[in-house]
Design a protein around this ligand. Structure first.
Ligand SMILES: CC(C)(COP(=O)(O)OP(=O)(O)OC[C@H]1O[C@@H](n2cnc3c(N)ncnc32)[C@H](O)[C@@H]1OP(=O)(O)O)[C@@H](O)C(=O)NCCC(=O)NCCS
Length: 198
C-alpha cells in the first residue's frame, strides 16, 4: 500500500500499517524537497493510479477531502491491533484510520476518510460522518453525532446525545454540553461559540 502525505502523521500511520503486517511501498507527496520518510521512498502525485491501495496521511480534513476527490485510487482503512472495536461497530473500509488504544463501543459508525486518533473513547451509538478528525484522548459519550469534516481538538469531552454540525472546529480540552451548528469554531469548558467558519 501507499500513503498520501509525508509528515509526522504519516509516521504514526506507518507504525499502524506495520502492526497490521502491511507493506508500505511508498509515500506520495508533491513537496520536491522530500525524497524519503522513515526509510520509505516518496513519489510524486502523478504516480497515483486507480488500483493503487492508498490511505491519505494528512490530518487536515479539508485537504484530505480535496485529495480524495482529486485522485481516484483504491482507498483502504487501517485499525491498530491495540484498538478495541465492538463487533457491532461499523468502521468504513474507505480511507479511515483508527489509532493505538482507541475504544469504539457498540453500534458506533465511522465514515470514510476519518481519523480516530490515539486513545479516543467513542461510546455506544455515536455516529461520525466522513472526513472527521477526532484528536487524541477525546471522549465521546453515547449517541454523539459528529458532522462531516469536523475537527475535534485533543482531550475534548462531548456529553451524551450532543450533535456537532459539519465543518466545525472544537478547541482542545473543550467540554461540549450543547449542540453546535454547522461551520462553527467553539471551545472551552463549557464550550462556547467563538465564531462562524467560512
Ligand atoms: C481551536 C483552535 C483551532 C483555535 O485556533 P485559532 O483559530 O488560531 O484561534 P485563536 O488561538 O486565535 O483563538 C481564538 C479565541 O479562542 C480561544 N481558544 C482557542 N482555543 C481554545 C481552547 N482550546 N479552549 C478555550 N479557548 C480557546 C482563544 O483564547 C481566543 O480567545 P480570545 O479571542 O478571547 O483571545 C486551537 O486553539 C485549538 O484548540 N487547536 C486544537 C489543537 C489540537 O488538538 N491538535 C491535535 C492534533 S492531532
Amino acid at each position: 500500500m501507499y500513503l498520501y502525505g509525508a509528515s509526522g502523521h504519516a509516521k504514526v500511520i506507518l507504525d499502524i500499517a506495520y502492526a497490521n503486517k502491511k507493506q508500505v511501498e511508498g509515500l506520495i507527496d508533491d513537496n520536491d524537497s522530500i525524497h524519503s520518510l522513515a526509510g520509505v521512498e516518496v513519489y510524486r502525485s502523478h504516480t497515483v493510479y486507480p488500483e493503487m491501495e492508498l490511505l491519505i496521511s494528512i490530518g487536515n480534513n479539508e485537504i484530505r477531502k480535496r485529495i480524495a476527490e482529486q485522485f481516484k485510487a483504491n482507498y483502504v482503512s487501517l485499525i491498530h491491533p491495540s484498538a478495541i472495536v465492538s463487533p457491532s461497530a461499523l468502521v468504513s473500509k474507505t480511507g479511515t484510520v483508527v489509532m493505538q488504544g482507541v475504544v469504539l463501543q457498540a453500534e458506533v459508525e465511522v465514515g470514510n476518510h476519518c481519523i480516530i486518533n490515539t486513545a479516543c473513547s467513542i461510546d455506544h451509538e455515536c455516529k461520525i460522518e466522513d472526513f472527521v478528525h477526532i484528536s487524541p484522548n477525546s471522549t465521546l459519550c453515547g449517541n454523539v453525532h459528529i458532522g462531516a469534516g469536523t475537527w475535534i481538538g485533543a482531550g475534548t469531552t462531548i456529553l451524551p446525545g450532543v450533535k456537532i454540525g459539519k465543518w466545525c472546529t472544537i478547541g482542545a480540552g473543550s467540554v461540549v454540553s450543547k449542540n453546535i451548528p454547522d461551520y462553527t469554531l467553539a471551545a472551552g469548558n463549557r464550550c462556547k461559540i467563538i465564531k462562524k467558519l467560512k
